[in-house]
Design a protein around this ligand. Structure first.
Ligand SMILES: O=C(O)CCC(=O)C(=O)O
Ligand SMILES: [Fe+2]
Length: 653
């Protein structure tokens, strides 16, 4: 049987203790935590199907895993002051058992290695930051293994070096930009790599494309690595995780295009490592730019297809000889993109302006140089939308002003700005007399307020650690089919809920105190069970966003049956982290955006005093461009609070 890919398993792996110099029994490495019991059972069942020869081989693989992991561990243990990040320890010849592995390999009946785990679980590399962090761990393993074994490839060594070089130019570069202390911690390395959309793209691409390319030429050598990856993961957790595929890469290309679209980044700057004003050393090659352009074309995003292919052309001219780009392919891709763009342009121009295709240029393109000065159609929509600022009816202008805000504009008029101020809140509650809250008015009517230093760094970290293994893909209420939920591209974050608000653990007690503080700041009932929802924690990795929406569930709080329905009267949204670029909370009707600043919260009412939903509070989360954004929502409900917030003097207030 052929192994065409490897399968591996999600993290939470305890690494094998450094002191363990003998080969451990495979069974011993099975984790014993309760929540893994079911998976362990399955793994044990798998083991009973191996013959003695097979088990011997598996033990050999296990030994090699330990050797490679030792190298990775050594990296972490080096004295930070003397450490040279680019030159990691050279492999020790004596530990190389390749020949032995080869002979054992022949005796192994491959049928027991499940080839296709797809039906079990497909990790969401483009949507789940934790899956991407798992991939960083695997990538480090592959890197060290190739380094140890590269000379075995003889004439095909160059092929293996491609993997190493790609690693060094992307993940390696990110790691070298960290402080020497942070370089030694896997957590810090992984966080920095997955925060960066460019190193994330290259990480997924390396494992999804470069590794299989190598496998096609020198499959025999890599087969051993495939076994190792299988074993390493199988023996540690039992959660089976698929490696990234072309589909994951395409999903991540969509993610890159989303960052570009909402944040207004040009392909040229992005490919040179400029993520907004964050300057990353990670760049994209002409070949990688071409791939992005090709996929953009498949998606019908014609202007992005042309823009990326054009960048690929320009880069190709200056790229050194190791470039693997096929110039003929690039040329034909460009021709195809121009043709498709112009065809769509002809179709589009027949339509009403508001119906027109917006992923194109305002003029036709006749040769690739035209792309340099072309204007995208969406920029016209963006300008049009500004004229409709303040219009609270759901239309295209809400989405385009959302994009305007995400690209860094502030659309408030000078008069509106003149109403804004900051203050130390001392009066709302006696508690604030000794501990005033730092408040900033972001918008006057309706009031949107940002309050600073609401939670300290330690508790924020605890909330993140509590949540990270509980995250699931965010969903939304399906308005077409009440009572059901949907997952789509409008909301790509992950989330979890912290229930049990009165649970008597130190962690839950701290969060109860946090609720009490929110109660004082908002001057609303928050603590009682019916007064507010469980705390919702959401995590946005790079590219993840949440399109403009209202937090209130109902347009009218009086239902068809005449009942007065409960709803979210107010939102208190806490930022549990800061991000380097993107990730603002934008209010497209009001023309403002709040900056994610860790420890600060933003709050507002979702209803007017007359009981109607306040549609001026449309808001959304801009895609994170660089960083990992964490927020915690407290949604405060109407029932316990309607006496707290009396009607105004006018019926439309
Ligand atoms: O994360 C943000 O900036 C906004 C989140 C939000 O609007 C929500 O979760 O309802
Ligand atoms: Fe919201």
């Amino acid at each position: 049987g052929n192994i065409t890919g490897f399968q591996f398993i999600s993290s939470q792996t305890q690494s094998i203790p450094e002191s363990e110099s003998t080969v451990p029994e495979i069974e011993k490495t099975i984790p014993e935590t309760d929540d893994k019991l079911e998976e362990n059972k399955q793994f044990e069942k798998l083991l009973t199907r191996f013959s003695k020869v097979q088990l011997k081989f598996l033990k050999h693989l296990n030994k090699e895993i330990i050797e490679v992991e030792k190298v990775i561990k050594q990296r972490e243990k080096l004295d930070p002051k003397t450490r040279q990040p680019e030159t990691w320890p050279e492999p020790d010849d004596k530990t190389d058992n390749h020949e032995e592995a080869k002979s054992n390999e022949e005796n192994l009946d491959l049928q027991y290695f499940p080839h296709n785990w797809n039906s079990l679980l497909r990790p969401q590399y483009a949507y789940a930051t934790s899956n991407l962090i798992d991939l960083v761990r695997t990538d480090e393993f592959i890197y060290e293994w190739i380094k140890r074994n590269s000379r075995l490839a003889e004439k095909d060594q160059k092929l293996l070096l491609r993997y190493l070089q790609d690693y060094n130019e992307s993940s390696g570069d990110v790691i070298r930009s960290l402080s020497s202390d942070d370089q030694l911690s896997f957590e810090k390395r992984a966080k920095a790599i997955v925060s960066n959309p460019l190193s994330s793209f290259r990480l997924i691409r390396r494992v999804a494309v470069t590794l299989p390319e190598i496998r096609r030429t020198i499959g025999n050598l890599l087969r051993n690595l495939d076994y190792l990856l299988n074993m390493k993961m199988l023996s540690k957790t039992g959660i089976i995780q698929m490696p990234p595929s072309a589909q994951d890469l395409n999903e991540f290309i969509e993610a890159l295009l989303r960052i570009q679209y909402y944040n207004g980044y040009s392909a040229r700057r992005l490919s040179n490592g400029e993520i907004g004003s964050f300057l990353s050393g990670v760049k994209l090659s002409s070949e990688q730019c071409m791939e992005i352009g090709q996929h953009a074309l498949t998606l019908g995003k014609f202007n992005y297809a042309l823009e990326w292919l054009r960048v690929a052309q320009i880069k190709q001219k200056t790229e050194s000889t190791w470039s693997t780009l096929d110039p003929n392919l690039l040329e034909s891709s460009m021709d195809k993109a121009i043709e498709k763009h112009n065809k769509a342009w002809d179709e589009s121009v027949k339509l009403e302006p508001s119906q027109r295709e917006y992923y194109m240029y305002t003029t036709k393109i006749y040769n690739s140089e035209d792309v340099d000065n072309a204007i995208s159609s969406s920029s016209l929509f963006k300008e049009e939308a500004k004229k409709q600022l303040g219009n609270e009816n759901w239309e295209y202008h809400i989405v385009y002003n959302f994009i305007n805000l995400c690209s860094g504009e502030n659309l408030q008029s000078n008069v509106e700005k003149s109403w804004l101020f900051c203050w130390n809140e001392q009066l709302k509650h006696p508690y604030f007399a000794i501990n005033p809250m730092k408040m900033e008015l972001l918008n006057e009517n309706p009031p949107i307020v940002q309050v600073y230093d609401v939670m300290g760094p330690k508790l924020m970290e605890e909330v993140q650690n509590f949540s990270i293994n509980r995250l699931e893909r965010s969903y939304m209420i399906n308005h077409d089919n009440p009572g059901t939920f949907i997952v789509n591209h409008d909301r790509t974050s992950s989330q979890t809920w912290i229930h049990d608000r009165f649970l008597d653990t130190e962690f839950h007690r701290k969060l109860l105190n946090y609720r009490k503080l929110v109660e004082k700041i908002m001057d609303l009932e928050v603590v009682k069970t019916e007064s507010s929802e469980s705390l919702q924690v959401a995590c946005y990795g790079t590219s993840h966003h949440y399109g403009p929406h209202l937090d209130a569930r109902l347009d009218h709080r009086v239902t068809d049956t005449g009942d007065y329905d409960d709803d979210r009267i107010g939102t208190f949204m806490l930022y549990l982290s800061s991000v380097e670029q993107g990730g603002k909370t934008a209010f497209p009707v009001l023309g403002i955006a709040a900056e994610p600043i860790e420890g600060s919260g933003v709050f507002w009412y979702n209803f007017k005093r007359n009981g109607m939903v306040d549609r001026r509070t449309y808001h959304g989360a801009c895609p994170v461009a660089h960083g990992i954004k964490w927020v915690m929502n407290t949604w405060i409900h109407t029932h316990d609070n309607f006496l707290r917030r009396p009607c105004g003097l006018r019926s439309d207030e």
